[in-house]
Design a protein around this ligand. Sequence first.
Ligand code: FUB
Length: 328
Amino acid sequence: MNSKIPVPHQPLVSHIYTADPSAHVFEGKIYIYPSHDLEHDGPDNDNGDQYAMEDYHILSLDNFSSPVVDHGEALHLRDIPWASKQLWAPDAAFKNGIYYLFFPARDHDGIFRIGVATSNSPAGPFKAEPDYIPGSYSIDPAVLVDEDDKAYIYFGGLWGGQLEKWQTGTFEPNPSELKPDQPALGPRVALLSEDMLTFQQEPQEISIIDEEGQPILAGDEDRRYFEGPWVHKYNGLYYLSYSTGSTHKLVYAVSDNPLGPFTFKGTILTPVIGWTTHHSIVQFEDKWYLFYHDSSLSGGVNHKRSVKYAELTYNADGTIQTIDPYPS
Ligand code: FUB
């Protein structure tokens, strides 16, 4: 289905609700892998029950002057043997001549896991592997295929995303709460196997530090990691960006190593309408773009979100200029 020409800070499509956009340039076009938000009147809580998504639609645009195309259903919950509900934020990667869709969902025990599906086309349809990635947990996978062809998967989200329940390495349904002066939990990273279907190593925690080398603390809600990791490379450095959750910002930290530690730098996007904020950053031709979402189209309903985009600008020192989602 074809839609309108994209306008910065406006919903890319309005015939469905979309969120959590992971944008990539594949085959010379921009492909966007979003969540597909459903309309329902169910409960809205910190467990994330309102995010009851059941399938994925992939969007694409030839460039920023051409209409957005919705390629239809690319993968449905019914075709994922290990998953029971909640198809949350996905990402895609290309390697070995194959397109891979990485996605989180709850397994049949209600535990979030990360699965993979494959396709010959960036637009899908995708076929899911029969089981989730062994050793995977929590949500929001983001994959970086580096220049040396090594592929890293970053993931993890607090609260509904269950990351704090994995502090001991096994699933703990009622973990003790982190104290505000303890180091915050970091996202996880693992090297993917050559075939992209398993972890080559046990996931490790990423450390996010301040300019003095001190860990960002759990009580520092303006800077601590919450969910939605994204890693991109700019001028040879790795930029880890993420949502601060309860303070609703997109922020970033920088490292010379894909495994970190990452040094906190600043804010990319100020809060949007709706509780969640989630994004990706991609270069297309000679410009950089932020893809993000908000709930303005639904009048602020948290689980009815729309994907948008804005141009992203670096300063000469490599820092990123903060974007206002509602410029006058
Ligand atoms: O869309 C469901 C969840 O909301 C995502 O996985 C989080 O990042 C947040 O955007």
